[in-house]
Structure formats: C-alpha cells, structure tokens
Write a protein that binds this ligand. Sequence first.
Ligand SMILES: Nc1ncnc2c1ncn2[C@@H]1O[C@H](COP(=O)(O)OP(=O)(O)OP(=O)(O)O)[C@@H](O)[C@H]1O
Ligand SMILES: [Mg+2]
Length: 205
Amino acid sequence: MIHVQDLKVDFGSHSLFGGLSFHVKAGEKVAVKGESGSGKSTLLHTLLGFIPQFEGHIEIDGLALNPSNIHEIRRRTSWVPQDLRFTVFPTVREMFYAPFRFKNNRHLMPRPEEMERIFHAFEISEDLLDRQIKEISGGQKQRLILAAAVLLRKPVLLLDEPTSALNVEIKNKITDYLLGLEGITLMAATHDEYFISKADRIINL
Ligand SMILES: Nc1ncnc2c1ncn2[C@@H]1O[C@H](COP(=O)(O)OP(=O)(O)OP(=O)(O)O)[C@@H](O)[C@H]1O
Ligand SMILES: [Mg+2]
C-alpha cells in the first residue's frame, strides 16, 4: 500500500533519511518514531507531496508519487497535521466541516449516526461545534479534528502526533480506536509509548 525505496530528503545543509526503505501493507498500523528533528513530520509531508525534491521512489496505493498522480493520491488520503493552530476558521463547526466541503469530499459528509458514534467514542460533545475555536481546549480540538479525519473514511490515514494533547486515559482509548480501524492503512508520527507498543509495526528514524 505504501512503498518507499531509498528515500532521501535534502534541506540545503542537512540531509534526512539516508536511503530509507519500507513497505506498509494495506490495513497495517505503523508508528513512526524518532527524536525531535529526526524527520517524522517530513516523512509524512513527503508522502503527501509537499516535498517534491525528495530522492528515491514512493508508491501509494499503486500510484507512483509524482506530479501527475499527486491529486489522486491526496484524494485517497487524509492527514492530520502536527500544528492545529488554524487561523482561517471562525467557529468550531467551520473547522470541523472544512474537509467535507472540498469538492472531492462533498459526497463524504458524515451521517448523524456516524457523528454520534465517533463523538461518543472520543468523549466529545456535539455542542462543541457551536463554540468559537478559542472556547475549546487543545485536547477537544485534537479529538474533533481526528474525528473528522476518521469520518472521511479514506483508505490512507496519515496522523502527525495524533494524541499529543490528550490525557492518558482518553489517549489510550483513542489510540485503541485508531489502531482498530479496519481496512484503513495508518501511519502516525508519535512519541507515545502506548501507541508505539500497540502498533503493528514501528519505523524508527
Ligand atoms: N521545509 C524545511 N526546510 C528546511 N528544513 C526543514 C524543513 N522541514 C523540516 N526541516 C528540518 O528537518 C528536520 C526534521 O524536521 P521534522 O519536523 O520532520 O522533525 P520531527 O521528527 O517531526 O520532529 P518533532 O518530533 O519535533 O515533531 C529538522 O531539523 C527541521 O529543522
Ligand atoms: Mg513533527
């Protein structure tokens, strides 16, 4: 499903990955670990086509990562960035529904019962949607954005530090939920020991 061969990324003075190769099978759940600055976010950004100068070969869902395929690859992928300080959305509702308003995703608008199920699992209330972004906590925001990413039901889920703002009980519960998503190939950059211990496989940068 995700095939990476001899990957190298150069940022002027320094180079990352030094010829990294790995293969992630369909449905596998992979933790990407490594010290701060080791390139976890950069690896996800490369898979998303944000780092076009990479060296090596990348294939996602049978498509080589190149300018002609990137649109189709992104259509099959959902991504939660590490930095969730969005400034463009006035309300939580607009932030939550933003990915479903993209032209490619309009048909993926979640049904009320799907919303209810995941809000319950993530221990968040739908009332949060009526607030201003500054009126919710970092952990509530992280759970809302993860819920939206899951509800998109894309075959590939790329998560950058998905549980960094959560306390331990809810963090482990959400980790179990994410790792139990059937048929979805998941790669998460994480420092979290619980996530790392439960993942099918670890990529250590
Ligand atoms: N666009 C860029 N231009 C230049 N250098 C960059 C760029 N993006 C990342 N880097 C550098 O690449 C290295 C890896 O950064 P990256 O954000 O991928 O690390 P990380 O493993 O995700 O770290 P953290 O655990 O702190 O999130 C860092 O040294 C960073 O400064
Ligand atoms: Mg990072």
